[in-house]
Design a protein around this ligand. Structure first.
Ligand code: ZN
Ligand code: ZN
Length: 206
Protein backbone atom coordinates (compact mmCIF):
# COMPACT_ATOMS: atom_id res chain seq x y z
CA UNK A 1 0.00 0.00 0.00
CA UNK A 2 1.37 3.37 -1.02
CA UNK A 3 0.41 6.76 0.43
CA UNK A 4 2.43 9.82 -0.53
CA UNK A 5 1.64 13.40 0.36
CA UNK A 6 3.12 16.19 -1.72
CA UNK A 7 2.55 19.92 -1.64
CA UNK A 8 1.76 21.47 -5.04
CA UNK A 9 1.16 24.94 -6.39
CA UNK A 10 1.40 28.40 -4.87
CA UNK A 11 -1.34 27.71 -2.34
CA UNK A 12 0.44 24.63 -0.96
CA UNK A 13 -2.32 22.19 -1.82
CA UNK A 14 -1.85 18.69 -0.46
CA UNK A 15 -1.91 16.20 -3.31
CA UNK A 16 -2.14 12.57 -2.24
CA UNK A 17 -0.93 9.61 -4.25
CA UNK A 18 -2.50 6.33 -3.21
CA UNK A 19 -1.27 3.15 -4.76
CA UNK A 20 -1.18 -0.61 -4.63
CA UNK A 21 2.02 -2.23 -5.80
CA UNK A 22 0.34 -5.63 -6.22
CA UNK A 23 -1.98 -4.41 -8.94
CA UNK A 24 0.31 -1.59 -10.07
CA UNK A 25 -2.41 1.06 -9.87
CA UNK A 26 -2.35 4.60 -8.52
CA UNK A 27 -5.08 7.05 -7.56
CA UNK A 28 -4.39 10.76 -7.17
CA UNK A 29 -6.42 12.99 -4.88
CA UNK A 30 -6.39 16.71 -5.74
CA UNK A 31 -3.72 17.28 -8.38
CA UNK A 32 -3.92 21.04 -7.99
CA UNK A 33 -0.78 21.94 -9.95
CA UNK A 34 2.64 20.61 -10.96
CA UNK A 35 1.33 17.66 -12.95
CA UNK A 36 4.80 16.67 -14.09
CA UNK A 37 6.04 16.35 -10.52
CA UNK A 38 3.02 14.19 -9.64
CA UNK A 39 3.46 11.96 -12.67
CA UNK A 40 7.22 11.60 -12.08
CA UNK A 41 6.55 10.36 -8.58
CA UNK A 42 3.96 7.86 -9.81
CA UNK A 43 6.46 6.58 -12.37
CA UNK A 44 9.18 6.31 -9.74
CA UNK A 45 6.81 4.20 -7.66
CA UNK A 46 6.37 1.98 -10.71
CA UNK A 47 2.61 2.54 -10.72
CA UNK A 48 0.14 3.43 -13.42
CA UNK A 49 -2.20 6.36 -12.87
CA UNK A 50 -5.73 4.98 -13.23
CA UNK A 51 -7.87 7.28 -11.09
CA UNK A 52 -8.06 11.00 -10.25
CA UNK A 53 -10.44 12.27 -7.59
CA UNK A 54 -11.03 15.96 -6.86
CA UNK A 55 -12.35 16.52 -3.32
CA UNK A 56 -13.97 19.69 -4.69
CA UNK A 57 -13.78 21.97 -7.68
CA UNK A 58 -11.59 24.88 -6.58
CA UNK A 59 -8.72 25.68 -8.96
CA UNK A 60 -6.03 24.77 -6.45
CA UNK A 61 -7.36 21.18 -6.34
CA UNK A 62 -8.03 20.58 -10.04
CA UNK A 63 -5.34 22.54 -11.93
CA UNK A 64 -3.28 19.55 -13.08
CA UNK A 65 -6.24 17.35 -14.09
CA UNK A 66 -5.77 18.03 -17.78
CA UNK A 67 -2.04 17.36 -17.78
CA UNK A 68 -2.53 14.03 -15.99
CA UNK A 69 -5.46 13.01 -18.22
CA UNK A 70 -3.40 13.75 -21.34
CA UNK A 71 -0.54 11.64 -20.02
CA UNK A 72 -2.45 8.62 -18.71
CA UNK A 73 -5.59 6.57 -19.18
CA UNK A 74 -6.96 7.80 -15.86
CA UNK A 75 -10.63 8.24 -15.03
CA UNK A 76 -11.53 11.62 -13.49
CA UNK A 77 -14.07 11.78 -10.66
CA UNK A 78 -15.73 14.64 -8.79
CA UNK A 79 -19.01 15.02 -6.91
CA UNK A 80 -21.90 15.82 -9.23
CA UNK A 81 -22.60 19.13 -7.47
CA UNK A 82 -19.09 20.45 -8.28
CA UNK A 83 -18.90 19.10 -11.83
CA UNK A 84 -19.42 22.53 -13.42
CA UNK A 85 -16.50 23.97 -11.42
CA UNK A 86 -14.13 22.06 -13.70
CA UNK A 87 -15.11 24.09 -16.74
CA UNK A 88 -16.05 27.43 -15.13
CA UNK A 89 -13.19 29.75 -13.99
CA UNK A 90 -15.62 31.85 -11.96
CA UNK A 91 -16.92 28.88 -10.02
CA UNK A 92 -13.47 27.37 -9.48
CA UNK A 93 -12.26 30.83 -8.38
CA UNK A 94 -9.33 30.93 -10.82
CA UNK A 95 -10.77 34.05 -12.47
CA UNK A 96 -10.17 35.96 -9.24
CA UNK A 97 -6.48 35.01 -9.03
CA UNK A 98 -3.50 36.29 -11.00
CA UNK A 99 -2.45 32.75 -11.87
CA UNK A 100 -4.56 32.45 -15.02
CA UNK A 101 -7.96 30.93 -15.63
CA UNK A 102 -8.31 27.21 -15.01
CA UNK A 103 -10.53 25.21 -17.35
CA UNK A 104 -10.26 21.45 -17.10
CA UNK A 105 -11.84 18.51 -18.93
CA UNK A 106 -15.23 17.26 -17.78
CA UNK A 107 -15.30 14.38 -15.31
CA UNK A 108 -15.70 10.77 -16.45
CA UNK A 109 -17.60 9.74 -13.34
CA UNK A 110 -19.82 11.88 -11.12
CA UNK A 111 -19.83 10.85 -7.48
CA UNK A 112 -22.58 10.94 -4.87
CA UNK A 113 -22.86 10.05 -1.19
CA UNK A 114 -22.09 6.40 -0.50
CA UNK A 115 -20.26 5.69 -3.76
CA UNK A 116 -17.11 3.59 -3.60
CA UNK A 117 -13.81 4.39 -5.25
CA UNK A 118 -11.52 1.40 -5.46
CA UNK A 119 -7.83 1.26 -6.36
CA UNK A 120 -6.34 -2.12 -5.49
CA UNK A 121 -6.55 -2.53 -1.73
CA UNK A 122 -7.73 1.04 -1.27
CA UNK A 123 -11.50 1.03 -0.83
CA UNK A 124 -12.74 4.56 -0.30
CA UNK A 125 -16.29 5.53 0.56
CA UNK A 126 -17.56 8.90 -0.65
CA UNK A 127 -19.00 11.09 2.10
CA UNK A 128 -20.72 14.21 0.81
CA UNK A 129 -19.45 17.10 2.97
CA UNK A 130 -20.78 20.32 1.37
CA UNK A 131 -20.35 23.85 2.73
CA UNK A 132 -16.95 24.95 1.40
CA UNK A 133 -18.41 24.07 -2.01
CA UNK A 134 -21.76 22.38 -2.81
CA UNK A 135 -20.08 19.18 -3.99
CA UNK A 136 -17.25 18.85 -1.50
CA UNK A 137 -16.49 15.26 -0.53
CA UNK A 138 -14.46 13.37 2.00
CA UNK A 139 -13.06 9.92 1.27
CA UNK A 140 -13.04 7.28 4.01
CA UNK A 141 -11.18 4.00 3.89
CA UNK A 142 -8.26 1.97 5.23
CA UNK A 143 -8.36 3.96 8.52
CA UNK A 144 -7.76 7.17 6.60
CA UNK A 145 -10.01 10.16 5.98
CA UNK A 146 -9.26 12.58 3.16
CA UNK A 147 -11.30 15.73 3.73
CA UNK A 148 -10.23 18.31 1.15
CA UNK A 149 -10.91 21.82 2.44
CA UNK A 150 -13.76 20.77 4.75
CA UNK A 151 -11.63 20.78 7.89
CA UNK A 152 -7.97 21.37 8.73
CA UNK A 153 -5.90 20.48 11.78
CA UNK A 154 -6.49 23.94 13.24
CA UNK A 155 -9.28 25.38 11.11
CA UNK A 156 -12.29 24.80 8.91
CA UNK A 157 -12.84 25.55 5.24
CA UNK A 158 -13.61 29.06 4.05
CA UNK A 159 -17.25 29.76 3.30
CA UNK A 160 -17.05 33.39 2.20
CA UNK A 161 -17.68 32.54 -1.46
CA UNK A 162 -21.03 32.86 -3.21
CA UNK A 163 -21.22 29.06 -3.27
CA UNK A 164 -20.18 28.60 0.37
CA UNK A 165 -22.29 28.17 3.50
CA UNK A 166 -20.96 28.21 7.04
CA UNK A 167 -24.04 26.45 8.40
CA UNK A 168 -23.90 23.71 5.79
CA UNK A 169 -20.15 23.27 6.40
CA UNK A 170 -20.51 22.99 10.16
CA UNK A 171 -23.37 20.50 9.72
CA UNK A 172 -21.14 18.40 7.45
CA UNK A 173 -18.36 18.44 10.03
CA UNK A 174 -20.51 17.84 13.11
CA UNK A 175 -22.99 15.36 11.68
CA UNK A 176 -20.73 13.38 9.39
CA UNK A 177 -17.01 13.67 10.11
CA UNK A 178 -16.92 14.07 13.89
CA UNK A 179 -19.06 10.97 14.36
CA UNK A 180 -16.36 8.81 12.81
CA UNK A 181 -13.71 6.88 14.74
CA UNK A 182 -11.30 9.12 16.71
CA UNK A 183 -8.42 6.93 15.59
CA UNK A 184 -8.78 7.83 11.92
CA UNK A 185 -5.87 9.75 10.40
CA UNK A 186 -7.27 12.90 8.78
CA UNK A 187 -5.58 14.20 5.62
CA UNK A 188 -6.71 17.74 4.73
CA UNK A 189 -6.31 19.75 1.54
CA UNK A 190 -3.76 22.08 3.15
CA UNK A 191 -1.43 21.77 6.15
CA UNK A 192 -0.61 18.89 8.46
CA UNK A 193 -2.55 15.68 8.97
CA UNK A 194 -3.55 14.36 12.39
CA UNK A 195 -5.77 11.95 14.28
CA UNK A 196 -9.46 12.85 14.27
CA UNK A 197 -9.62 12.63 18.08
CA UNK A 198 -6.78 15.13 18.44
CA UNK A 199 -8.30 17.52 15.92
CA UNK A 200 -11.59 17.38 17.85
CA UNK A 201 -9.78 18.43 21.02
CA UNK A 202 -7.41 21.01 19.61
CA UNK A 203 -9.23 22.67 16.70
CA UNK A 204 -10.54 26.04 18.00
CA UNK A 205 -13.32 26.19 15.38
CA UNK A 206 -15.17 23.10 16.62
ZN1 ZN B 1 -11.19 24.93 -1.71
ZN1 ZN C 1 -7.73 24.46 -1.27
Amino acid sequence: MVLKKISVGSLGTNCYILGDKKVGEALVIDPGAEGEKILDLINELDLELNYIVNTHGHHDHIGANQFLLENSQAELMIHQDDSEFLVDPQKNLSSSTLLGEVEEPKADRLLTEGDEVICGQWELEVIHTPGHTPGGISLLGNDKLFVGDTIFAMGVGRTDFSHGSKKVLMDSIQEKLLLLDDGLEVFPGHGPNGKLGEIKEENPYL
